[in-house]
Design a protein around this ligand. Sequence first.
Ligand code: BTN
Length: 324
Amino acid sequence: MTKKKILKTLYEKKDEYISLEQLLNETGRSQKEVENGFLTLEDEGYIINHSQLGYRLIKTPNLLLPYEIKKGLKTEFIGHDIHYFKEVDSTNNVAKYLAEEGAEEGTIIVAEIQNRGKGRRGKTWISPPGGVWMSIILRPDIPPFSAPQLTLVTGVAVARTLKKELKLDVGIKWPNDILIGNKKVCGILTEVSASINKVNYVVVGIGIDMNVDVPLFPPNLQKGATSLKNELDTEINGAILVQKFLLEFESLYKKFTEGKFPEILNEWRLLSKTIGSKVEVRTRGKTVRGEAVGITKDGILILELEDGNLRKMISGECLHINKP
Ligand code: BTN
């Protein structure tokens, strides 16, 4: 693609100007093709300065563009195939479609905006510009009942990334909300296609409120939500954040497929803000209150009720009553 060749050449030149002649030589393309390439790049938000000295890349847009993600990606297979959308209904929906069509393990789908983003329990996931809205296609050789464990694996990968790269003090609220303080900054939605004893594919959807402006969220969500930009008072580079996350995710996913989930679960426990807290878990039918005392290897939360009995919660919406 001409666009990629131009970008590669401009990046190689770093801060230097490059003449049109050099550009034509290095890209092996015609003047018309290069000019069209410039137009496409400018359309995407790149700013290319043109003077009598030649051409120079001045600004890269802070978008999840495949070229920018791949540029510094150090993974073995996760994120090598990237499907990019400016706007889409839901990256999880696209991922499921592509998985049905035979997309390879590690294929990712990213979007700047989702107009029908999906949250857990049938909720809508508000997905304005500035977020990381991303899905990963996986084909693990595991029994279907183990697939939900991947949600916990992903939660640990997000938490690790935000801690290491941005020095944020993050925690996990069962089952898979990433919190900063008491506020949610990321949610994970895992969808599984399986037959009785075989997983066909798993789609892991990750939504990180990265540079999202929280005041633009609907009023009912504002109190419980935050964004990375909000916490750090600075814009985060999305492509770099995705690269770092994918590397962290791949290393944990490999561990998971090697049967080392218990190790990952130990890390999850350390990150958990739920274990040790008084909680209220709302399920479709009823609300259960108690102290969260543990989690099983399948991600089931164990509550100690007021009468001392233990109750296992498979799913539900969890509220921390007292902050740990
Ligand atoms: C939650 O309710 O906490 C889960 C939210 C998951 C949102 C992500 S954004 C990317 C992917 N596509 C979707 O439609 N949902 C997930």
